[in-house]
Design a protein around this ligand. Sequence first.
Ligand code: DC
Length: 223
Amino acid sequence: MKEYNIAIDGPSGAGKSTVAKLLAKKLGIMYLDTGALYRTVGLKAKRDGWKEDNALVSDLLSATDIKAEFSGGRQRMYLDGEDVTDAIRLGDVSDYGSRFSALPCVRAALLGLQRRIAAENTSVLDGRDIGTCVLPNAEYKFYLTASVEERARRRYEELRAKGEDVDLDRVKADIAARDKRDMTREISPLRKADDAVEIDSDNMTAEEVAERMISFVKNGRSA
Ligand code: DC
């Protein structure tokens, strides 16, 4: 039986997924990374050269099979039966995810999937519109931020650790562009829900952020 949902929204690189993973582990609940769903659409769009046209993408999407599976506390993503869990983390797939996430048909297609998983599982979901759109009645809502410099530094370290040859200024410019697109799109733009608790993670470790969130969960509703 589902007990509660925790919604964590915020811009790229604020530490949402690291914190959400920690929270899920500490609380013994499920973690749904909703960005992975948009990245999977982005990967398909990139591979097949999709145009950002709602009617066209709507048709192409209905012939595309996107699945999230959970085992051993890990979320794996499948695109038309292929395991793309690692592929969606590479290169500019996130950028494709961001661009195609602005299309109404993409948001509509992924909304039901997210709500279904949340309705069936005590879980933490991270994304851009969880507290405002996907789960407006989530028991706990957080908006996690950090300066663009800090977020770029974190993303840079992450990509370098994966062996990608990246440039810090380029990473920062990409993050700023993605923020702008995610915050200004017409449907479900990234914004803090009125009843979300805002946490600035610039000078906090992921562990500290997770503990701060857990204190809200232990004390009752944050939203
Ligand atoms: O969290 P992420 O970087 O993996 O997300 C990739 C892109 O997907 C992000 O730039 C915007 C989009 N996204 C979204 O629009 N709504 C969500 N709930 C999650 C991600």
